[in-house]
Design a protein around this ligand. Structure first.
Ligand code: ATP
Length: 137
């Protein structure tokens, strides 16, 4: 697949790292196909993370993801999903490789700076969740 979906999460937006993270994304060879600055409602965050609804951190995750603005984007590159997950690094920044976005900008396993889709199927679902067809260029 050649597309993935990302969010720059509220911690990274608050820390002033939108520009730094977008620079790493474009330096990594990803082309931005759609992008918006927005704040998730509780309903949107619950739906987006519904797969985690039985996990102990679900409430904390929804609270965090609605705590401030995010940047949502659809990115294009060959092998986009896997290459983007390599660029962002492990969920827990303590385990993330040097040079990854989470190593540089994430502070904890919960507040980990960025989201990246985990499959082509989810990339499509997540992109469609945030963008209508006319917002993708
Ligand atoms: P993402 O889906 O955001 O790219 P991921 O696929 O690396 O992250 P998942 O295991 O799918 O990680 O978890 C989704 C998100 O839930 C994580 O990015 C993180 O914000 C939060 N999360 C995961 N594990 C924990 C935890 N133990 N405590 C708090 N929050 C967590």
């Amino acid at each position: 697949g050649n597309r993935t979906f990302t969010m720059i999460k509220p911690d990274a937006v608050k820390a002033g790292n939108i520009g730094n993270i977008l620079q790493m994304i474009t330096d990594g060879g990803f082309e931005i196909k759609a992008m918006k600055y927005t704040q998730l409602t509780e309903e949107q965050a619950k739906e987006f993370y519904a797969v985690h609804s039985e996990r102990p951190f679900y409430g904390e995750l929804v609270e965090f993801m609605t705590s401030g603005p995010i940047v949502a984007a659809i990115l294009e590159k060959d092998n986009a999903v896997a290459d983007f997950r390599s660029l962002i690094g492990a969920t827990n920044p303590a385990e993330a490789d040097e040079g990854t976005i989470r190593k540089k900008y994430a502070s904890s396993v919960g507040e980990n700076a960025v989201h990246g889709s985990d499959s082509d199927e989810n990339a499509k679902i997540e992109g469609d969740f945030h963008f209508s067809a006319d917002e993708v260029v």
